[in-house]
Design a binder for this molecule. Structure first.
Ligand SMILES: [Zn+2]
Ligand SMILES: [Zn+2]
Length: 239
């Protein structure tokens, strides 16, 4: 576009905040209130579930939950706490057709993943069941995984895993029910891409970790060497 066309375009379609309708100065930005409501996860975190923890430490630490029930994957991180702006981001991507926020979200994902990107993993999204994919037209986790792989110069396999069956929503289930609901729900679809590879599984939100556990099981069944997980937002208590 020429400069004049560009100004005209921006006058008609001014850039909007990633999580609300506020007009912002630049494409891919947050407005002031949404920026202040964004709780980026930095500092000390649980090495396997990415939960923010108080204090400082040089060594890898685990939260009480992960000490009590070890995670099946090796390490995990999340970019934001699933609250305020973090929650709005996930919902805008999932239900609001705001696929324009993917590039900014991928940059935050990449920053959160840096400490665990030690072996140039292949990036693999949590798959949607085809029926849900048909209704939504896109898999938000695959969009995030693809943009993350592009920005980080990593391999990406969007169809490495698939849903063996449709699973009812996780909403309203307690922790055990969430794990039971997802048990065996994911299977490898492209096992040859995963065999002996370090894998980074990407999802939009992590709550109990049941979905990541099911994905880890599927990656392991395909012979993956090392499995790590990464979520855009992490449900976190009292932080
Ligand atoms: Zn906003
Ligand atoms: Zn933990």
């Amino acid at each position: 576009m020429t400069g004049a066309m560009q100004s005209l375009f921006r006058a008609i379609y001014p850039p909007r905040c990633l999580t609300c309708e506020e007009i912002v100065a630049e494409e891919g930005g947050l407005c002031g209130p949404c920026w202040r409501g964004a709780r980026f996860i930095t500092g000390l975190v649980c090495d396997t579930c990415g939960m923010p923890l108080p204090g400082e430490a040089d060594d890898a630490v685990l939260c009480d939950d992960c000490l009590a029930t070890p995670r099946p994957w090796r390490q995990g991180r999340a970019a934001l706490v699933y609250r305020d702006t973090g929650r709005k981001l996930v919902l805008a991507l999932k239900h609001g057709d705001r696929t324009d926020l993917v590039d900014a979200a991928a940059a935050w994902l990449l920053r959160a993943a840096r400490p665990i990107l030690t072996e140039a993993p292949i990036v693999v999204p949590i798959p949607l069941h085809w029926r849900r994919l048909a209704a939504r037209r896109y898999n938000q986790s695959a969009l995030l995984a693809g943009a993350l792989a592009r920005q980080g110069g990593l391999d990406h396999c969007p169809d490495a895993l698939r849903r063996a069956r449709a699973t009812p929503s996780q909403d309203g289930r307690d922790r055990d029910a969430r794990f039971a609901n997802l048990d065996g729900a994911l299977i490898p679809h492209r096992p040859e891409r995963l065999r002996d590879r370090a894998v980074l599984v990407v999802d939009d939100v992590m709550t109990s970790g049941a979905t990541f556990a099911a994905a880890t099981e599927a990656c392991r069944a395909a012979g993956a060497a090392d499995i790590r997980v990464l979520a855009l937002a992490r449900v976190a208590k009292d932080v």
